[in-house]
Design a protein around this ligand. Structure first.
Ligand SMILES: Nc1ncnc2c1ncn2[C@@H]1O[C@H](COP(=O)(O)OP(=O)(O)OP(=O)(O)O)[C@@H](O)[C@H]1O
Ligand SMILES: [Mg+2]
Length: 257
């Protein structure tokens, strides 16, 4: 069974100008899949993450995560659902500056009355896997971009969410650090069967995924699945992007993987 189902989802922003950000979009994501979502600027990528996470309401259609429609939950149920089932990773890391790496990591657990020794155990295990052990007592402003993003990924993983939503997680990282973060996400997806939906402009980042979904004007445009060789997958992604058109600048930073 698909873990995430997007069924005929439409999102219209009403205002002086009405924007149809998503238009009858349907797709499914399997458990353990690492999915990239690409599309020109303004095509509805962030809106898609926002309706999945219920930051935004739906105009029509249905979304289910592990069989649950988060938009049908009561506010209390929803708060719990978001905290337990969802993990977020953003472009600008969103770490709390006054907390240490360790405190940032443990934050999602403190809200859930998890025992202190269990919290400590999970932090140490995760820090080891993410290469964050030497930084546990540092504050975010003392970290490199990659260390900060690894901390943000750790915070998204620590409560073992059903699904991880990432919006341009490598947008502020140099190419080497991006690669480290992407390998990490890909490893997490393989080893823990974590389901990840990652929005990205970067075809290299997308080439780390199992599948790339392309959207245009809020509608399904195309999708391609990875093959054994990352390099050929990358080339196929570039081919679809050239058909997709849109903001040419999105491609100007293209490097070979
Ligand atoms: N809160 C909002 N109110 C009104 N319109 C919005 C709102 N959020 C997004 N939009 C509009 O919806 C469309 C889709 O925006 P969205 O942010 O999802 O695009 P995107 O694909 O994430 O773009 P980018 O690559 O630039 O981040 C755009 O036309 C945008 O102007
Ligand atoms: Mg966006």
């Amino acid at each position: 069974m698909a873990l995430l189902k997007i069924d005929e989802v439409t999102k219209v922003y009403e205002g002086k100008v009405t924007r149809r950000a998503l238009n009858q979009l349907s797709f499914e994501v399997e458990k353990g899949e690492f999915l990239a979502v690409m599309g020109p600027s303004g095509s509805g990528k962030t809106t898609l993450l926002n309706v999945i996470s219920t930051i935004d309401s739906l105009t029509s259609g249905e979304i289910t995560i592990d069989g649950v429609d988060p938009h049908a939950l009561t506010p209390d149920e929803l708060a719990l659902f978001r905290r337990r089932e969802l993990g977020f990773v953003f472009q600008d890391f969103n770490l709390l500056q006054m907390l240490t790496v360790e405190e940032n990591l443990v934050l999602p657990l403190t809200l859930d009355y998890i025992k202190t020794d269990e919290m400590a155990r999970r932090v140490l295990e995760l820090a080891k896997r993410l290469g964050l052990t030497p930084f546990l007592h540092k504050r975010p402003n003392e970290l490199s971009g990659g260390e900060a993003q690894r901390t943000a990924i750790g915070r998204a993983l620590i409560h073992k969410p059903t699904i991880i939503l990432a919006d341009e997680p490598t947008g502020n990282l140099d190419s080497k650090t991006s690669r480290e973060v992407l390998s990490l996400l890909s490893r997490v997806s393989n080893e823990e069967n974590a389901t990840i939906v990652m929005v990205t402009h970067d075809p290299i980042a997308a080439s780390y995924c199992d599948r790339v979904l392309f959207i245009k004007d809020g509608e399904f445009f195309n999708e391609i699945y990875s093959d054994e060789r990352q390099q050929t997958f990358y080339q196929r992604i570039l081919n679809v992007l050239s058909l997709l058109g849109g903001n040419v600048n999105d491609l100007s930073a293209t490097r070979l993987p």
